[in-house]
Design a protein around this ligand. Structure first.
Ligand code: ARG
Ligand code: ZN
Length: 875
C-alpha cells in the first residue's frame, strides 16, 4: 500500500494557537455551486502577534482572502489540499474568506451536501472543513451568525442553528434568512438546511417557564409520520428536567429528516439533522423496533444538548465523553419508558453482538483511543456502548445520588467548555470524595475483562467463600493489562430458589441484605459469607453490572434454578441463555454431531417460560430466543459457522419436538390483528413472533407463515412473516416478496426492509440474489440506508451465507467496498468491518477473507477511512 496516511496521536495534543470569537457565514446556494463567505474574529491564544494560523480545508476552492479588510498577499499564505496556513498575523484580527463548494457532487455526505431536493450538512467530526477554511477542532468555540440565500421556490425553508433573527428578499428574486446562535460552539455542531419541507409544530414550556417552539421538518411525502418523534421529544425534555434538573436553553428546537445520512442522527445546536430511519414512525410501515429506535435516538440527540453541546470534547480522542455519557442517559430514559429489565437485556445483546467482537478483534481500541488515522472509524460500539457501560459503572459504584452529585459538579465546573474524560472522572471523584484512579483504566485499556469465579462451601462452619479472579486478554498495542475496578452485583439463592441473607465476614451482624455490590479491584479477591445454612447457588453480575465475560462452572440444574427463580430479571434471562449456550457448545465439541442438543433442563426451563409467559410477554420473548449464532461464535477459539448453524437448528428442533404444541398455543393466544402501540400489545406481538420464529424452523409451516403474512395489520407482524418466508425458495415466499414490494414501492424505508429480509435469507444462493438485487432499479450505492439494508445486513447479520465456503460472500463485500470507497469512504470503511474478523474462523474461511482484504489493500486511491480499516484488519 502506497501513500500511507499518518496517524494522529492523543499524546500530541496542543492547545489551539488562536481562538475564534465570532463567525459570520453567508451561503449562496446556487445550482452550479455554493459560495461561502466567512468573517472570523480571531485572536492569538497567547495574546502575542506572529503565530501562524493553520486552518483546515478539504475540497474547497479558495476565491478570496483578506485580513482586516486588506486582500492578503500571496506571500503570506500557503494552501494545499488539506489546509491553509497564514503568516505574520497581528495578535487580533478579522479574517475574511470566500470559497466555492459543490454540494451537488458531494457523495461522501460530509460537509454541505444535497439529499433529494434539499441541502443539509453533517459536520461531525471533520465536515466543517469541507464548507470553509476553519480551525476545525472542537476546542475552538465561537458564536455563529449564518445567512442563507436561495431561490424561494425550490428552497422556501432556510434553517441554521439558534434563533431566526432576520429575513428578506433580494432584487434578483432570491430570499434570505439570518440565524444567530448565542451559545459558543465548536464547528462540528454547525448546521444548515434548505429545502421545500413540511413542518410539524408543537410547544414545550420548560420548568422555569421558557416557551420552546418544537419543529420537525420532513419532505412533503413523509408528513403524518412524526407524531411519535414529537411525543418522544417532549417526554425526553420533561425527563431531563425531572431527573437531572437540565432544561432546554433556546427558544426553538428543530429536527430535520433526511434520506441520505451516514449515521443515525446529529445533535447540531438547536437544529438536529436525522436519518429518516430515526424519525419517521407509523404502525402501517414501521415495526415496534423502529418505534423504539425513534424514541431512543430522539432522546439521545436531545440529551446531547447538555452532554455534548453545553459541555463538549476537547479533542476527538474524548469522543466517549459525550457519546458514552449520552448513550447511558438514553438508556436510563428508555428504561423509564417501559420494562427496564427487557431494555437491559436488549442493551446487553447489542454490547455482546457489536462490542465484544470488536474488543476481541484487530480493531480493538480503548474507550478513549490513543491514535487514529480517520476519526470517523472511531464512532464505534466501544466508544458508544462500552463507553455507556463505563458511565453505568460510575452510577453503580457511587450510587444514584453520588452519580447525580457528580453530574452537578461536572456541569458547574465545565459548562461552556471543551473538556476531557479525565475532567469527567475528576468531577465524579471530587463530588463523592472518592479515589477513582484505578477506575480510569476503563478509559485506557482495551479488551473485555474476564471474571473467573470459584466458590467453596464449608457446611460445618456455615461459611461460603467466593473467589473472583480477573484478567484481560491482550489487544493490539497492549500486551499486559492492569486490574480493573468494577462493581459485581450478586446474591445467593437457596436450593428452593429463595434469596439468602448476605452476611459478609467483616460487616455488622445486622447488615445482611439480599443483594450486594462487591467492589472488584485486584487480580484475585475473596469474599466470605457467614451463616450460610446450605450450599447456595450464586447469582452473579446481576443487571450485567460490568461489561465483562463471567465464568463460573454452573451445573445445568443451577442454571435452571436461576432461570426460574432469581430476583433479578437480567440474571434470569442470562441463566437460560447460558444453559442453551453450554449445551450447544458441548454439542459442537463432539466429534460426531449428537442426535439431540437440548436436554431436560433446558426444555423444562423453556416450559417454565411458556407457562409464565402471560405475566410478562416481552420478557418471555427474550427468554425464548436462543443465543445467536454470532454469540456462540464469540465463545469459540475456532469458528465453523456451518457447524454452529447446524447445532442451533438441531436445538430448535428439539424444542419444537417437546414444546411445539405449547408454542403453537402461545402463538395463537398472543398474535394480534391490530395496530395498538402500547407496551402490552408490543410485548404480545414480540412473543407471538418469537414463537412463530421457532415453529418456522420445523416442518409444514408454509400455511402458518402465509396466514400470518396475510392477516398482518402492522409492519411488525408482516415483516416477521416475510422474513421467515424468505428463507425458502418457494412460491409462497416469492408471492409474499412481490406483494410486499408492490404495496410499498413508494416508501423508501419499507423498501429498505424488503432488501434486508432478502439479505438475511438462509437460502444458499443469497450471495447471488444480492448481486442481482444490487442491479434492481430501487437499489443505489449513494444512499447509505440502502447499502446498509442489503450489504450491511448480509455481511453482519447473515453469518451462514456471508461465510459460504466458496468465498462468494467475501468477494461480494469486497467488490462493493471498492465501489463505495470512491463514493462514500465512511460507509465503505464501515461495511468492510466483517472482513476484518478472520482471526478465529476455520482456515479455509480465514484465507478467503484475507485474500479479499489484500485485494482491497492493493487497490489504488484508497480513502483514509478504508486504508485504516484494511491495514489494521490485516495485522
Ligand atoms: N454525534 C452523533 C450521535 O449522536 C453521531 C454523528 C457522527 N457522524 C459521523 N459522520 N461520524 O451519535
Ligand atoms: Zn451521540
Amino acid at each position: 500500500m502506497s501513500n500511507q496516511p499518518a496517524a494522529i496521536r492523543r499524546a500530541d495534543y496542543n492547545a489551539p494557537s488562536h481562538f475564534v470569537d465570532t463567525v459570520d457565514l453567508r451561503f449562496e446556494l446556487n445550482d452550479d455551486g455554493t459560495i461561502v463567505s466567512s468573517r472570523l474574529q480571531c485572536r492569538a491564544s497567547d495574546g502575542e502577534p506572529g503565530a501562524d494560523l493553520l486552518l483546515d480545508g478539504n475540497e474547497l476552492k479558495l476565491l478570496e482572502i483578506s485580513v482586516d479588510g486588506q486582500p492578503l498577499p500571496a506571500a503570506r499564505y500557503t494552501v494545499d489540499d488539506q489546509s491553509l496556513r497564514i503568516r505574520d498575523l497581528p495578535a487580533q484580527f478579522e479574517l475574511e474568506i470566500r470559497t466555492e463548494i459543490h454540494p451537488q457532487r458531494n457523495t461522501a455526505l460530509e460537509g454541505l451536501y444535497k439529499s433529494g431536493g434539499m441541502y443539509c450538512t453533517q459536520c461531525e467530526a471533520e465536515g466543517f472543513r469541507r464548507i470553509t477554511y476553519f480551525p476545525d477542532r472542537p476546542d475552538v468555540m465561537a458564536v455563529y451568525t449564518t445567512t442563507i440565500v436561495a431561490d424561494p421556490n425550490s428552497y422556501p425553508v432556510l434553517l441554521s442553528n439558534g434563533n431566526r433573527v432576520d429575513a428578506g428578499h433580494l432584487d434578483d428574486g432570491r430570499h434570505w434568512v439570518r440565524w444567530h446562535d448565542p451559545f459558543p460552539k465548536p464547528s462540528y455542531l454547525f448546521a444548515l438546511v434548505a429545502g421545500d419541507l413540511a413542518c410539524h409544530q408543537d410547544r414545550f414550556v420548560t420548568a422555569s417557564g421558557r416557551d420552546v417552539l418544537l419543529q420537525i421538518f420532513v419532505e412533503h411525502h413523509n408528513t403524518g409520520k412524526t407524531d411519535h418523534a414529537m411525543a418522544a421529544l417532549k417526554s425526553a425534555m420533561a425527563w431531563d428536567e425531572r431527573t437531572h434538573g437540565l432544561e432546554y436553553d433556546l427558544d426553538r428546537y428543530m429536527i430535520v429528516a433526511v434520506d441520505d445520512f451516514n449515521m443515525g442522527a446529529m445533535e447540531n445546536k438547536g437544529l438536529n439533522v436525522f436519518n429518516t430511519v430515526c424519525v419517521l414512525a407509523d404502525p402501517e410501515t414501521s415495526t415496534d423496533r423502529d418505534f423504539e429506535t425513534v424514541e431512543a435516538v430522539i432522546a439521545h440527540e436531545y440529551f446531547h444538548n447538555w452532554t455534548g453541546n453545553r459541555v463538549t470534547c476537547r479533542d476527538w480522542f474524548q469522543l466517549s465523553l459525550k457519546e458514552g455519557l449520552t448513550v447511558f442517559r438514553e438508556h436510563q430514559f428508555c428504561a423509564d419508558q417501559g420494562s427496564a429489565e427487557v431494555k437491559r437485556i436488549g442493551e446487553v445483546r447489542t454490547l455482546r453482538a457489536a462490542q465484544f467482537p470488536e474488543d476481541a478483534g484487530p480493531l480493538a481500541h480503548p474507550v478513549r483511543p490513543d491514535s487514529y488515522i480517520d476519526i470517523s472509524n472511531f464512532y464505534t460500539a466501544t466508544v458508544y456502548n462500552k463507553g455507556s457501560e463505563v458511565i453505568r459503572m460510575y452510577h453503580s459504584l457511587l450510587g444514584a445520588e453520588g452519580y447525580y452529585r457528580g453530574m452537578q459538579l461536572y456541569f458547574k465546573r465545565h459548562d461552556g467548555q471543551a473538556v476531557t474524560c479525565d475532567d469527567f472522572l475528576a468531577a465524579m471523584a471530587d463530588a463523592n470524595d472518592r479515589d477513582l484512579t484505578q477506575f480510569s483504566r476503563w478509559y485506557s485499556q482495551a479488551g473485555t475483562p474476564v471474571l473467573e469465579v470459584q466458590d467453596d462451601y464449608d457446611a460445618t462452619a456455615q461459611r461460603y467463600t467466593l473467589t473472583v479472579r480477573q484478567s484481560c486478554p491482550a489487544t493490539p498495542g497492549q500486551a499486559e493489562k492492569l486490574p480493573f475496578h468494577l462493581p459485581l452485583v450478586m446474591g445467593l439463592l437457596d436450593q428452593g430458589g429463595r434469596s439468602m441473607a448476605l452476611h459478609l465476614a467483616d460487616s455488622a451482624a445486622s447488615d445482611a441484605p439480599l443483594e450486594r455490590l462487591l467492589e472488584i479491584t485486584s487480580h484475585e479477591q475473596q469474599f466470605v459469607f457467614e451463616q450460610v445454612s446450605e450450599r447456595p447457588v450464586p447469582s452473579l453480575l446481576r443487571g450485567f453490572s460490568a461489561p465483562v465475560r463471567l465464568r463460573y462452572d454452573y451445573t445445568d440444574q443451577q442454571l435452571a434454578l436461576l432461570a426460574a427463580h432469581d430476583a433479578d430479571g437480567f440474571t434470569r434471562w442470562e441463566a437460560g441463555q447460558q444453559l442453551a449456550t453450554k449445551l450447544m457448545l458441548a454439542a459442537l465439541g463432539r466429534a460426531e454431531p449428537p442426535a439431540h442438543v437440548a436436554n431436560e433442563h433446558l426444555l423444562s426451563a423453556l416450559d417454565g417460560v411458556l407457562r409464565r409467559a402471560s405475566e410478562d410477554p416481552a420478557f418471555a420473548a427474550e427468554a425464548l430466543t436462543l443465543p445467536s449464532e454470532a454469540y456462540i461464535a464469540d465463545q469459540l477459539a475456532e469458528v465453523d459457522v456451518e457447524a454452529i448453524h447446524r447445532v442451533r437448528e438441531a436445538c430448535i428442533r428439539d424444542i419444537i419436538a417437546e414444546l411445539g404444541s405449547d408454542l403453537e398455543t402461545i402463538y395463537r393466544e398472543n398474535r394480534g390483528t391490530d395496530q395498538a402501540m402500547d407496551g402490552a400489545s408490543m410485548g404480545r406481538r414480540a412473543l407471538a413472533c418469537t414463537a412463530l420464529g421457532l415453529l418456522a424452523r420445523g416442518d409444514d409451516v408454509e400455511d402458518l407463515l402465509r396466514d400470518h403474512y396475510r392477516n398482518a395489520a402492522n409492519m411488525t407482524d408482516r415483516l416477521c412473516a416475510l422474513g421467515l418466508l424468505a428463507h425458502t425458495d418457494n412460491d409462497a415466499a416469492a408471492a409474499a416478496l412481490a406483494d410486499f414490494h408492490d404495496r410499498w414501492r413508494n416508501d423508501d424505508l419499507v423498501v429498505n426492509k424488503w432488501f434486508q429480509v432478502q439479505a438475511m435469507s438462509l437460502r444458499e444462493d443469497t450471495p447471488e440474489l444480492i448481486a442481482q438485487l444490487m442491479e434492481h432499479p430501487d437499489f443505489s450505492l449513494t444512499n447509505p440506508n440502502r447499502v446498509r439494508s442489503l450489504i450491511g445486513a448480509f455481511a453482519q447479520g447473515n453469518p451462514l451465507r456471508f461465510h459460504r465456503p466458496d468465498g462468494a460472500g467475501y468477494r461480494l463485500l469486497a467488490d462493493t467496498v471498492l465501489q463505495l470507497n470512491a463514493i462514500n469512504p465512511q460507509v465503505a470503511a464501515r461495511m468492510l468491518l466483517p472482513l476484518t474478523r478472520w482471526q478465529r474462523q476455520i482456515p479455509s474461511a480465514r484465507e478467503g477473507m484475507r485474500r479479499e482484504l489484500e485485494r482491497i489493500g492493493n487497490a489504488h486511491k484508497l480513502s483514509k477511512d478504508v486504508f485504516e480499516v484494511v491495514s489494521k484488519g490485516l495485522q
